[in-house]
Write a new protein. Structure first.
Length: 266
């Protein structure tokens, strides 16, 4: 048996529909805790948030490959492709009819085909499309798909991890065109959604969060010369972000928060 297959059979209960695989933790926990959904639970910050939220919430996470996960939360595998999102919704609503916290942790800074562009001449359609697809389009379609999982009559938060670098008014350094622009687009999508939902979901806050420079696969190539005190552990970042989310109410909908809790200019 391959290692991957072994990991799959090790998980307690796996159900599969067309595209979605769900893995439940080994210990079934029956509790009255509210549900929190971490989109991108295999991200460094997402997993740290899941651990923090598991103290107060029943945590469900999504990932592209649940066999890569070495933790024991309820996991839902998805491609995030538009065509698979209705099925993702069905699977998540089958686990819980409502989630009072949803956090999107997906983000792309570099991969085999993209790396941050230092100058205009490095721009390409392929690279810009990939940045916008992962950092703005997928999060926007997830918002569209998953908002019905938020309770209408109780307080709830939909937070998306953005980046201060996506603030247009804060852009003094330039560079990193695709990442900056796609996070700025994400910010606008968050803000616009917050305006629309303030009527239909009056108790919900739709917010963007800047986590601060945090040790992860995403940040690793760019943090070698950073002093230790300016590079935060995922746990430290998760504690800070949870504090902001937990204190957030619908009056703060449409805000962009720095990890310190201060509001950032868009
Ligand atoms: N770390 C920092 O210093 C820092 C600073 C500012 C903002 N942020 C933001 O914080 C968020 C979490 O980042 P992280 O540092 O925890 O990074 P990470 O550990 O590298 O996680 C990146 C996440 O993005 C997902 N992802 C990457 N490419 C994808 C694709 N093509 N399609 C779908 N999903 C994709 C990954 O999904 P899989 O697990 O399925 O691969 C993973 O969940 C990101 O939005 C990032 O922009 C991070």
């Amino acid at each position: 048996m391959t290692e991957k297959a072994k990991q799959t059979t090790d998980r307690n209960a796996i159900t599969a529909t067309n595209n979605t695989v769900v893995s439940f933790p080994n210990e079934k926990i029956y509790s009255a805790k509210p549900y929190a959904l971490i989109i991108g639970i295999n991200s460094a910050i997402g997993l740290a948030l899941a651990k923090e939220y598991s103290i107060t919430h029943q945590v469900v996470g999504t990932a592209r490959d649940i066999n890569e996960a070495n933790h024991n939360f309820t996991l839902v595998q998805t491609t995030y492709a538009e065509i698979d999102l209705p099925e993702l919704y069905e699977t998540l609503s089958g686990i819980s009819s409502e989630y009072n916290v949803i956090i999107n942790c997906i983000g792309l800074l570099h991969n085999a085909i993209v790396k941050p562009e230092k100058s205009l001449e490095k721009l390409s359609e392929r690279s810009l499309s990939e940045y916008f697809r992962v950092n703005a389009t997928i999060p926007a379609l997830l918002l569209k798909t998953l908002v019905p999982l938020l309770p209408k009559k109780k307080p709830s938060v939909f937070a998306s991890l953005s980046a201060m670098i996506g603030s247009i008014s804060d852009n003094k350094l330039g560079g990193w065109y695709g990442y900056r622009a796609s996070k700025a687009a994400l910010n606008m999508l968050i803000k616009t959604t917050s305006v629309e939902l303030s009527r239909s979901y009056p108790k919900t806050a739709i917010i963007a969060l800047h986590p601060g420079t945090t040790r992860s696969k995403l940040s690793a190539p760019f943090t070698k010369n950073l002093p230790e005190e300016r590079l935060y552990t995922p746990t430290k970042t998760a504690i800070r972000l949870k504090r902001i989310i937990d204190r957030c109410n619908s009056e703060q909908t449409g805000s962009f928060f720095h990890w310190s809790g201060n509001k950032l200019e868009w």
